[in-house]
Structures are given as structure tokens and as C-alpha cells.
Design a protein around this ligand. Structure first.
Ligand SMILES: C[S@@+](CC[C@H](N)C(=O)[O-])C[C@H]1O[C@@H](n2cnc3c(N)ncnc32)[C@H](O)[C@@H]1O
Length: 189
């Protein structure tokens, strides 16, 4: 029997990835599912995800490795870019600090961290049990229409707290761009 949830919808977002500066070797964290970043630069991307099924669903191209973001097994300074495309919302908030420290460690000096994600507010009076953000990703060769949803786990998520965590981890030049409830954070190692 399938479960049913009341769903709170975030603002629909169009993410333009046609000019994203993906340089060097790219670590895409939570790169299963649509594997959007892997589709953008298949030859450069190493996609990690704890779910083998999610990795298998993602289009071929990137190197796919079953691994958790909070415990990366790569050596230091292995990547020029690290990306999280609507992955942070799937990771328990208590692990964000560890995930960002791992990103810092595996990025080379001057490397770039890119986080696309959404704010998640406490459920309103309708007490939604799940949160879903409809996403349209514009790639140079195709447009991907999808949506990312999570069960409400009792922890709201704001862009500012992720920005603050990036700074306290040691990232510099941290910038925040908002579009409705979605946001993009860029940070330099
Ligand atoms: C739905 S995907 C996000 C979208 C995906 N980046 C794409 O391009 O479609 C989120 C992924 O995060 C993964 N995930 C959950 N916990 C994780 C963790 N601790 N470390 C890395 N990935 C995780 C999930 O298995 C899931 O495949």
C-alpha cells in the first residue's frame, strides 16, 4: 500500500546551468537521480551518492561511486570543483558541518564549491508532511523538468545558515543568490 503525504510546494525555479564555471575535476555530491551536474560535464564529473539505485538511474557518463558526503574517501585536494545540486535538503542538518568540512578537504586551494538548494520553512497550519520544489534545469543541450521533495524532519533550512557554515568552515568569497525559496551559494576554498 502506498503512503500518502500532504505536500507543501516551494516556488517553481528555473536554474540556468548554461554558463556554470565547471573547471577541472568535479565532485558531484548526491549525484544520483537526474544526475543533472553529471549531464552537464560527464567527462569531468565524479558522482557520489549513498544510494546505488539513485546512481544507476542517473545517465551514464560520470564516474559513479557509492559514498556518503560526510565521509568522503578521496585524498585531500582531489577536486577543482564540488557541487551539491538539491542534495543538501536530503542530508540531515546535523551533518552539514561535516559535509562542508569534507568539501573543504577534497577541494584544492582556489577550488570552487557550488550549492543549489532550497529554503525549507516550518510547516504552516496545514501541517504539510513533505516539501517539494519543482525545478527546471537549463543545460546547453537540453532542459530537465523535475522536482525534489523530502519528508519534513523537524528542521527548517535557511540559506543564511548554510552561508554562515561555509564561512566558519573556512571558505572565502561566499556569495548567496536567491530566487524565490531556492538559492545558489558559491564559495572559494
Ligand atoms: C534527489 S538527489 C538530488 C538531485 C540530484 N543531484 C540530481 O541531479 O537530480 C539527492 C540525493 O542525495 C543523496 N543523499 C542523501 N544523503 C546523502 C549523503 N549523506 N551524502 C551524499 N548524498 C546523499 C540521495 O541518495 C539522493 O540521491
Amino acid at each position: 500500500m502506498s503512503e500518502s503525504y500532504t505536500i507543501q510546494y516551494g516556488d517553481s525555479i528555473v536554474v540556468d546551468l548554461r554558463t556554470v564555471p565547471l573547471t577541472g575535476r568535479v565532485l558531484d555530491i548526491g549525484g544520483g537521480g537526474e544526475g543533472v551536474i553529471g549531464q552537464l560535464a560527464p567527462d569531468q564529473v565524479v558522482s557520489i551518492d549513498p544510494s546505488r539505485e539513485e546512481l544507476e538511474q542517473a545517465p551514464a557518463g560520470p564516474l559513479k561511486v557509492v559514498m556518503r558526503a560526510e565521509n568522503l574517501t578521496f585524498t585531500d585536494a582531489s577536486f577543482t570543483t564540488a557541487t551539491l545540486f538539491y542534495t543538501l535538503m536530503y542530508i540531515p542538518k546535523a551533518l552539514f558541518g561535516r559535509v562542508l568540512r569534507e568539501c573543504w578537504r577534497v577541494l584544492s586551494p582556489g577550488g570552487l564549491l557550488l550549492i543549489w538548494d532550497t529554503e525549507i520553512q516550518e510547516p504552516g497550519p496545514q501541517a504539510a508532511e513533505a516539501y517539494l520544489v519543482p525545478v527546471t534545469a537549463l543545460l546547453p543541450h537540453r532542459t530537465i523538468e523535475t522536482g525534489y521533495g523530502v519528508r519534513w524532519d523537524g528542521a527548517a533550512q535557511t540559506a543564511e545558515e548554510v552561508v554562515e557554515l561555509c564561512r566558519s568552515t573556512g571558505f572565502s568569497s561566499v556569495t548567496l543568490t536567491r530566487d524565490g525559496s531556492s538559492f545558489l551559494i558559491t564559495a572559494a576554498r
